[in-house]
Design a protein around this ligand. Structure first.
Ligand code: ATP
Ligand code: 3PG
Length: 399
């Protein structure tokens, strides 16, 4: 059965539980440092509220014990500003107070319930039928008439607020969920030739994305950047120097060198490696051709160099679809931002551009780049779709 969307929901005077992912970076004073994920859900929430729904918003923030584990009051205020209407905040999630807050809503009104992860069950993974028996779902569901899941970025978690409600309520995908699944779930329908740019520091994930794209014919070409490029350079026999080699070993990525090697053996003609890189020398950015490597012992490979940026740019200009996953260098440091800025900017020259990955999207915002067709709200969830895996919360909706 296909997943139902908001097109299938008559929201008028209906109490709708809407699971969103507004998990955001927080500033030291607890305010939101970035509201991109809140902005993403505005269309879904506005559509429901304009349609006369009584909206109870469910969300998490941080992980128990972590620095960003926090109440959702700032999120309610900011959502209210973005929606240009009040979003009430209730410091309970499923207790009588929470149910009363939902019952008190009039058509077109919204309340944000407290961080779902304040309750231990929400930080566990369950089969949907068992998730439906948790306190959160079994106590809150009776106050609701329908459930909308718009939390694509958390859809890989089999947690109660994500997989339990579809067992007991008519359930629908929100607009964010719908758009993410449409794009990331059907890469093979995007314009060809496709070029994947895989970088960043989570090398095992990036290698899996590259492997999946190459083996399933999703990408004609894979361009490697970031720490991933260092691993591929090492796999091709280049000495990336003591610092970068130690980085690879400290993270336990030796086996990734072997995986990269296997990919180079099998698909070497479709994988492009940097021809030059950047290191820091006396506080300056210094570029070295790959033939000049290794760098000095105290120098790490922190970015791709200008010749690589130009070569990758030429290729991207000829591309039907560019899929970006992971920054090209340590973009947080201005000295090493050129690769990420240059390669990502060049990717907008492709006919169609998809961006996946939390840090990747953060880099795009940092550089004020625009012109991408789809910037995913998801990190782990986007990655799973890019590697061909299914998402627990999507399977729960598809019943
Ligand atoms: N050459 C390099 N050496 C060390 N770190 C690097 C290098 N290139 C990129 N990075 C780091 O990689 C990090 C981002 O990689 P990551 O794999 O987490 O990206 P992402 O997939 O977009 O993010 P997420 O997994 O959070 O969704 C950045 O913090 C950046 O500084
Ligand atoms: O930020 C994310 O990737 C999602 O909100 C999921 O958060 P989690 O990794 O803590 O489950």
């Amino acid at each position: 059965m296909a997943i139902r969307t908001l097109d299938d929901l008559d929201a008028m005077d209906t109490a709708v539980g809407v699971r969103v992912d507004i998990n955001s970076p927080l500033a030291d004073d607890g305010t939101l440092a970035d509201d991109a994920r809140l902005r993403a859900h505005v269309d879904t929430l506005a559509e429901l509220l304009d349609g006369g729904a009584r909206v109870a918003i469910l969300a998490h923030q941080g992980r128990p014990g972590g620095d960003e584990f926090a109440r959702l009051e700032p999120h309610a205020d900011r959502l209210g500003e973005l929606l240009d209407r009040e979003v009430a905040y209730c410091d309970a999630t499923f207790s009588a107070d929470a149910r009363d807050a939902v019952a008190d809503l009039d058509a077109g009104e919204a309340v944000l319930l407290e961080n779902t992860r304040f309750y231990s069950e929400e930080y566990m993974e369950f089969e949907p039928s068992r998730a439906a028996e948790t306190f959160l779902v079994s106590r809150l569901a009776p106050a609701l008439d329908a459930y909308v899941n718009d939390a694509f970025a958390a859809a890989h978690r089999s947690q109660p607020s994500l997989v339990g409600f579809p067992e007991v309520l008519p359930s629908y995908a929100g607009r964010v969920m719908e758009a993410e699944l449409d794009v990331l779930g059907s890469i093979e329908e995007t314009p060809t030739p496709r070029t994947y740019v895989v970088g960043g520091a989570k090398v095992p994930d990036s290698v899996t994305v590259a492997e999946h794209a190459l083996e399933h014919g999703l990408a004609e070409t894979v361009l490697v950047t970031g720490v991933v490029a260092n691993v591929f350079l090492a796999a091709s026999g280049v000495d990336v120097g003591r610092e970068s080699t130690e980085f690879i070993h400290d993270r336990g990525y030796e086996s990734e060198i072997e995986r990269a090697n296997a990919l180079l053996d099998e698909h070497g003609d479709r994988i492009r490696l940097p021809v030059d890189v950047a290191v820091e020398r006396d506080g300056e950015r210094v570029e070295l051709a790959v033939s000049e490597l290794p760098p000095r012992d105290d120098e790490a490979v922190m970015d791709v160099g200008s010749d690589t940026i130009a070569a990758y740019g030429d290729l991207l200009a000829e591309t039907g679809t560019a899929v970006l996953n992971g920054p090209a260098g340590v973009f947080e440091d201005d000295l090493f931002a050129d690769g990420t800025r240059g390669v990502f900017d060049a990717a907008t020259g492709a006919e169609y551009t998809i961006v996946g990955g939390g840090d990747t999207a953060a880099a795009i915002r940092r550089f004020g780049l625009s012109g991408f067709d789809h910037v995913s709200t998801g990190g782990g969830a986007a990655l799973r779709l890019l590697t061909g895996e299914s998402l627990a919360a999507v399977e729960a909706l598809d019943r």
